[in-house]
Ligand binder design. Sequence first.
Ligand SMILES: *Cc1c(COP(=O)(O)O)cnc(C)c1O
Length: 654
Amino acid sequence: MVLAQPTTRGSWSVADSAALYGLDRWGDPYFTVNGRGHVVVHPEGKGTTGLDLVELVQGLQGRNLGLPLLLRFDDILEDRLERLHGAFERAMEHYGYSGNYQGVFPVKCNQQRHVVEELVESGKRWHFGLEAGSKAELLIALSLIEDPEALLICNGYKDQRYIETAILARRLGRQPVVVIEQADEVERIIRASRELGAAPFIGIRAKLSARSTGRWGSSVGDKAKFGLSIPDVLATVEALREADLLGDLRLLHFHVGSQINDIAVLKDALQEAGQIYVQLAQLGAPMGYLDVGGGLGIDYDGSRTATAASTNYSLQNYANDVVATVRECCEPNGITVPTLVSESGRAIASHFSVLVFDVLGSSSVPGAVPPTRDSEPLIVRNLRETLAGITALGHGANGDTKAPERTSEGLQEAWNDAIKFKDDALSAFRLGYLSLPDRAVAEQLTWACAEAIVERLPATGPIAEELKALSAALASTYYANLSVFRSAPDTWAIEQLFPVMPIHRLDEAPTQLGHFADLTCDSDGKLARFIGQGQAKPLLELHPLQPGEPYWIGMFLGGAYQEVMGNLHNLFGTTNAVHIRLTHDGGYQLDHVVRGNTNAEVLEAMEHNPELLLERLRVASEAAIQRGDLKISDARRLMDHLETSLRQTTYLQA
Ligand SMILES: *Cc1c(COP(=O)(O)O)cnc(C)c1O
């Protein structure tokens, strides 16, 4: 649909685009727009080297890496680590905190080998560690962390083998902390320690009573899935004391849930946890570590509010509150302040990856006004009259001098008429009184009425909900070469918002409103919620497609959780992914190329045998040749296509 108030192209600037798509807000400090109207990535933050995203994609296409593409900027990962540690260093200095900060990365946030390896490598200077929540993640963490000072936090449900593995890994010079999440894990730890004659570092995860907000709020509070209630904490301490293991209780852990929107929630939790920490120390546990979990949020829509897609605090606010609150709890009680641990996943991994996909085409409602023919049926004539009535109602919101209420009323009345005539047309068609061409004209005229109404909606005053919904119904659908279920599963599963915008043509006013439909044959396979100022919007401002020209869209801030949660719906597999690293001369190099799944791979994932499938088709085409139904050259072409497809990615080729 064409926007009601077209902006004159000449006066549109790239700054307007940056403001419109919120790039100024959520993009800081990694994304800007350049004078050519392209999005630029600054992997080391604003004011440092920028890479033109469009040139980058062109360069990758030149290397035969087609869209959709996941671009991973390893320098951003490193920069996130630097910012996180910098924030805690500044906070500790400011509040005179005599302890340290030691972070870990929760592997569940992005288990990709190159991602975890990169974090471990660039985190070495801070003894940055890992957090594991399952045996497979433990294996990753144990083998990648060689630094004896780095922490390895073992969360999640644990059986005997998990616990014994953690205990034995201490002999390898690793520092696993087994965090007791369930009351019955104490017994298993005690048994394993007796059997092995050695104990692990032990942590306790407390179930806090502090309230939480947001989507992940249920991971905290009395009903939380994980953590020990206060009576359980005390029983655990006594059990450990009896087993002579209290001397190994080193860490208190809590996790308020992901994407904490409101800093007040964190403050409450910190106060509660701080007091528990103090009491555990007073009960005789050596302690030394307070692990504040994850939850450090991302401002997806840049609104800086305590809403689902945002946070009302900065990274520095977060670090300040953690440091100050813990100090306030410990000092009056004469307890040495602990080493602070955090398990920030989202805050570390969100920014570093950008998904770029292409648009295959677009469709909009058939709202052109068909030329009048002789002897049109009454229904069609009625619709023409209705349209003329709407057109007579003024010239749109801009030039309209009529009272807005009257215009709105008139438009509503006209729309009621149009709907009535459209229904009449349908009934007449069903009964055989209206021809297919006449029905087509009736439908076109109904859409033309809708467009004329939307163009005339008053800029001020109340507008009926039904008329507002019309704008959405008229929106264009842009067909995206992408599977939402594979690449942005949280948009579907939990209505998560990610910034989505064109990565080029930003010097041009976007004159269409649209949403995206993906490649899957699933009506949920769409992107139809976009960041607005604090509130999500159903349509995004987009550019009309130019014949023969690509239209590239970027989805940003999706580096956490999306990849592993993505699934094979309709057998769309992983996209090509590349790890990009800045070079000293301001260019870039590809550190790793991870090819997207081929069709053969996704078939194998479902236990099909691609060779066998091919063979059956070969036999079928041989039979067709024998029957004379298929030419040999066509059989060859068919087999060629099938064989080539098996080797190629699951996405459409430009
Ligand atoms: C998921 C999880 C995290 C990571 O949370 P983020 O919101 O991504 O920072 C940290 N700790 C635990 C125990 C978790 O379950």
